[in-house]
Ligand binder design. Structure first.
Ligand code: NA7
Length: 533
């Protein structure tokens, strides 16, 4: 067996979290390396290459803030960045900060086992290599482990099968082909219009109808871009004060404090403007069911307006609380159902039936197609971690410790797993916030913490169980007061059979969360056990 490679810090993942973590730790003089199973950097944007893949956060704010030169030199071309542009940006960052020598691609981490005697993580890869690192940092992403449901007969299907989250690198041509699509979440909302433009026929299998708000994507004007760049400090500071760290205007009134007509007018303006700010038009769409009903009704009316066939429109009407599942953005999703080559099939209670060599059975009918697209999402937030054999003190498996749902203090560390950090882990705002500044916040906190450990000659850091449990409890309590708690979303793990139903991201808002993290650090890492060397 080859010798183990000794590092100060091993980073799992070379997406945006891994790249910045690597840059930060190297700058502090630590020996660090980022491993990634992919053959390129970019994380989720490396894998999600399905037609139409695009971020739902605006380009000018879906980027790093830590380096002003980088902020000023990079030119975005559209209001929302396409996957290919985000991937170019990730590569540019790796070039600009000369990160490549410490990035190891095509290497999947299989296990990470803590050696209590040496206070070291022993990390093994599928390439047969072993790394020993004082700190192990999971930069594994929240939406990176694909959810591939165990459909009966899937392996018998003789056509091509694609998962949106693992799309091939070479372009996929659907010209003249019959395509079946399972799922109607954000990925499907972006992919279906593109596929329908090529394919001879598309059958969409819908388990839950989706609320789709126009993205209103457009080219970015050079003057507008210059203006935003000139005002970055002020705009970014203002964004940091908002709930999700998004630079979108937020209403201050209750939707119920205005007449129904005024509410509709405001929503109409937000609809025309496009973007996730739609639900920020009023302050209580996320917490008051009656207010929420107004926004639901508005979108349902829009669907009826856009979709020509009333029966199809009816099938497309979502019935759940709006914003409970993540809102989807798309410019021509509903209109795509006006095409003669697109059919919508709502799935009954029994869901997808047996998959055959040339199609599937669902809703009591048989469907035939050449290609099958699984737009079935991700084992969100915990999937990437549970697919690695992580073992902490006394050989305790992380999957065992998290049997009843993930348990982390501040979404950063878990009791029993010393010196193991997660970037945007469960229990942090993560997917409810703008991921880029959220990632930067975590990276900077972790780097500060590791620097503190070095300066103070501390061998181990690990959350106290009580601090962790009270944080988890607080997270559940805050979540239970919101409407996000009320439907079967991936935030709750409800999309993966057998996964415990726990609301995983922290929903108390970025400002109070960042304050808490800063206070914990300022108090000498309050709530953590620090073991001297
Ligand atoms: P999502 O949003 O989780 O969507 C997955 C879709 O697949 C959704 O419509 C699911 O229905 C459907 N699904 C999942 N499993 C099944 C089974 N077994 N049978 C039928 N239909 C199924 O994933 P996306 O990739 O679209 O988007 C993920 C995030 O990426 C998104 O929120 C943005 O943040 C970016 P369900 O709604 O669960 O009934």
């Amino acid at each position: 067996m080859a010798d183990a490679t000794r590092l100060d810090a091993l980073i799992v993942g070379a997406g945006f979290a891994g790249l910045y973590m690597l840059h930060k730790l190297r700058g502090m003089g630590f020996a660090a390396r980022a491993l990634d199973a992919a053959s390129g950097v970019g994380g989720t944007w490396y894998w999600n290459r399905y037609p139409g893949a695009r971020c739902d956060v605006e380009s000018m704010f879906y980027c790093y803030q830590f380096d002003d030169g980088l902020s000023q030199e990079w030119e975005w071309t559209e209001r929302y960045p396409a996957q290919s542009e985000i991937l170019r940006y990730a590569n540019h960052v790796a070039d600009r900060f000369d990160l490549w020598p410490d990035i190891q691609l095509n290497t999947r981490v299989a296990s990470a086992v803590y050696d209590e005697t040496g206070a070291v993580w022993r990390v093994e890869t599928d390439t047969g290599e072993t790394f020993l690192a004082s700190y192990c940092i999971m930069a594994t992403g929240c939406l990176s482990a694909a959810n591939r449901p165990d459909f009966e007969g899937l392996d018998d299907f003789e056509g091509r099968v694609f998962h949106t989250g693992h799309w091939p690198h070479e372009p996929v041509d659907f010209t003249g082909r019959r395509v079946g699509v399972i799922g109607t979440g954000s990925s499907a909302v972006q992919a279906i219009p593109e596929i329908a433009r090529q394919a001879s026929h598309v059958t969409v299998f819908q388990r839950t109808a989706t609320y789709v708000i126009p993205a209103n994507n457009r080219p970015l004007d050079a003057g507008e871009q210059r203006d935003i760049k000139a005002r970055y400090p002020e705009l970014r500071a203002a964004a940091r004060k908002t709930f999700g760290g998004f630079a979108v205007p937020t209403g201050r009134e209750s939707a119920l404090s205005v007449s129904e007509e005024e509410c509709r007018e405001t929503l109409g303006r937000a609809w025309n403007q496009g973007g996730i700010g739609f639900l920020n038009s009023y302050i209580d769409f996320g917490i008051d069911e009656q207010a929420n009903v107004r926004a639901q009704a508005f979108v349902r009316d829009k669907i009826r307006e856009i979709v020509d066939d009333p029966e199809t429109a009816e099938k497309l009407l979502p019935r759940h609380t709006i914003g409970c599942k993540r809102l989807s953005l798309g410019d021509d999703y509903y209109a795509t159902y006006n095409r003669p080559n697109v059919e919508l099939v709502p799935l009954g209670e029994e869901g997808i039936g047996r998959i055959a060599v040339d199609g599937l059975t669902a809703a009591g009918r048989e469907f035939r197609f050449d290609d099958l697209v699984l737009a079935t999402g991700f084992d969100a937030m915990t999937g990437a971690l549970s697919r690695i054999d992580i073992r902490g003190r006394s050989g305790m498996a992380l999957t065992k410790a998290w049997e009843a749902g993930p348990r982390m203090y501040l979404g950063l560390m878990s009791s029993g797993f010393p010196n193991l950090f997660a970037i945007t882990g469960p229990g942090s705002p993560s997917v409810l916030s703008n991921m880029m500044p959220t990632i930067e916040h975590h990276v900077e906190w972790i780097a500060g913490c590791i620097g503190f450990l070095r300066e103070n000659d501390i061998r181990e850091i690990e959350p106290h169980l009580e601090a962790q449990e009270s944080w988890v409890e607080h997270g559940n309590e805050v979540a239970s007061r919101t409407l996000r708690y009320t439907c079967s979303s991936w935030y709750l793990g409800a999309n993966v059979p057998g996964k415990p139903r726990v609301f995983m991201p922290y929903i108390g808002g970025m400002p109070s969360y960042m304050e808490k993290c800063a206070a914990v650090a300022a108090a000498g890492y309050e709530g953590f056990e620090l073991t001297p060397a």
